[in-house]
Design a protein around this ligand. Structure first.
Ligand code: MF3
Ligand code: CO
Length: 252
């Protein structure tokens, strides 16, 4: 079977991707501070658009396959690709915000899930475990390792906690395109998959459900929700594989 070619980035290109990913990180930090009961997700969309334009970047998602917003805002049982709306956030909700930008020819992509006010213990644990699975996945993004070592780090972490990995969406290579090869599932066998090389840049993005892994897409054609109505969390970083180890481009 022919695999698609993974485009390796030079150290200079990685620094441009650092700049685009940092813009995403800055926008997400500003948004995080604005999350509160009563705030609507369309308010957050407007803030994001302003912050991205102020930094001379372009929103990556807007116009992508016809998607109409800069952000994906996914609340509670929404897994990914929730659309900003006048829906006001409520105390106890969890909100995932995903943002990508194009800057100087390269994309950056990142996401986090945050509580709205104070949330239940189950929601808090889901977010903690999902973020931890991303940290362990990043730690596996090393030269000489294999792609599915990253996948396995996510899967083993979240399944040990009793949660499940969404199968229908995956992480991805990123560069001059938002989505480049390789696809990066959040489940897999360690020691398998393509060998990790310096210059690979990956958007690592565990999408984790508190209940079963199955999802369905709502009639809007975008919003993915858990089939069983359970909560879902999503964390994402753009990460370069380098000789010095994983370089998290989308961290402030
Ligand atoms: N982080 C997601 C991804 O890499 C967000 C894409 S949203 C879309 O697929 F609207 F652009 F599709
Ligand atoms: Co992504």
């Amino acid at each position: 079977m022919r695999r698609e070619v993974i485009i390796l980035k030079s150290p200079d290109e990685i620094e441009v991707m650092r700049a685009s990913s940092r813009i995403v990180a800055e926008a997400l930090l500003i948004l995080k501070e604005r999350i509160a009961p009563g705030v609507s997700t369309i308010d957050l969309e407007r803030i994001a658009e302003g912050e991205i334009k102020k930094r001379k970047a372009r929103p990556a998602f807007k116009g992508y396959k016809g998607y109409p917003f800069c952000l994906c805002t996914s609340v509670n049982d929404q897994v990914v690709h929730g659309m900003p709306s006048k829906r006001a956030l409520k105390e106890g909700d969890i909100l995932s915000i995903d943002c990508g930008v194009l800057y100087d020819g390269f994309y950056g992509d990142a996401a986090f899930t945050s509580p709205v006010g104070s949330v239940g213990e189950d929601a808090r644990r889901l977010m903690e475990v999902t973020e931890k699975s991303l940290d362990l996945a990043i730690a596996a993004a090393v030269v000489g390792g294999r792609l599915h070592d990253i996948s396995h780090a996510v899967q083993s972490t979240v399944e040990a906690a009793g949660f499940s990995v969404v199968r229908d969406f995956v992480g991805h290579g990123i560069g001059r395109e938002l989505h480049e090869p390789p696809q990066l599932p959040n489940f897999g066998e360690p020691g398998t998959g393509t060998r990790l090389k310096p210059g690979m840049v990956l958007a690592i993005e565990p999408m984790i459900n508190a209940g079963g892994h199955e999802i369905k897409i709502l009639d809007d054609g975008w919003t993915a929700v858990t089939k069983d109505g359970s909560l879902s969390a999503h964390f994402e970083h753009t990460v370069a594989v380098t000789q010095k180890g994983p370089y998290v481009l989308s961290r402030i």
